[in-house]
Ligand binder design. Sequence first.
Ligand code: USQ
Length: 404
Amino acid sequence: MRIAVLGGDGFVGWPTSLHLSAAGHEVHIVDNLSRRWIDTELGVQSLTPMDSIQERCRIWKQESGNSIQFHLLNLAREYERLKQWLLDHRPDAVIHFAEQRAAPYSMKTDRHKVYTVDNNVNATHNLLAALVETGIDAHLVHLGTMGVYGYSSVGAPIPEGYLDVQIDTPAGPRDQQILYPTRPGSVYHMTKSLDQILFQFYAQNDGLRITDLHQGIVWGTHTDQTRRHEQLINRFDYDGDYGTVLNRFLIQAAIGYPLTVHGTGGQTRAFIHLQDSVRCIELALGDPPKAGERVRIFNQMTETHRVRDLAHLVARMTGAQVKPLPNPRKEADENDLIVRNDQFLALGLQPITLHEGLLAEVVDVARKYAHRIDRTRVPAVSAWTRDIARRVDHDPEGRKLRAV
Ligand code: USQ
């Protein structure tokens, strides 16, 4: 297949591009390199040293013999160029990762809220409108999030996208399936909730073939392909905005930083290893919906864990200290979460679940590049509201106190 990977320079986009190229597909990365600009804006860098996208593609060609082509394009801003690109390349499938993906970044200031909505919603809508206008019948696979469901304890398993409901009608009760009601917990998660409505409309109105992957928190950093050469290494975020919880705990353990548990750590979340994430995308590509069918939604996760349990697991493994902090987010202190993921299991996914070997691999990568870490960028200080901002702990290590 000829596959366009929009956002193919990012944390999941890059290993996905390599995985699909290794599987024999013709891969084109379309990216505006915004993630690299955000690093510059925030004054942080990936823990792992990343080469330019062109250099990464050159090394991949050298290692595998397969080409990945890179195209610099801003999906949210350059609508006419996007249309022309689709007409010139006529992809069989389009994978859409090209969105700002960090909840804390989306909540930093009003400017970050505006940017996240503007970028994410326009990128998705431009793509949908361009597919209709060009008549290109590509299967669109979108990276959505488990966060669209929200994190209140409902007691019942979260279904894959659609909820069975019964409606009272004058003729008696009628069964229906509706999109699971969204309950986003950040501006970022809200944009993915809006995406769902855009997909529903374009599948119904224009017969676009769309798969939406509701992904959990990705952990790990290597895949089979990124291990093949030092310069194919994936990006690895540790900072308070882009670092995600389990990877952050592993990096913190590697540098002797206290494990930054928000609140009681009673938040239960869904997780998936990076290797499974790229495998799921391949499985979803192989099983497209037909034109006229509703959007196919998969829960792309393999297990659920409570944040404090993960912290204690990492602490036991490494001797790190666990530090409960005031929570910078507005979220439930404690929640339960049961999630259905039958569809990927039925397609043959064999989940890689949390085990010490893989956790230790992440700690090893973090130790190797520990010299690149700026400890002052580890705390998560983006607060969800002005009131919460007053209680955020900017110095979990107590360095300033020690200096006094
Ligand atoms: N947390 C801590 N300590 C930390 C960092 C986070 O306790 O140092 C807590 C947070 O308060 C939250 C949980 O861990 O309760 C998860 O936070 P996260 O930063 O790992 O994940 P999140 O903000 O939800 O976003 C990440 C990705 C996003 C993806 C989402 C999947 O950045 O792109 O959509 O995971 S999900 O969480 O299932 O919505």
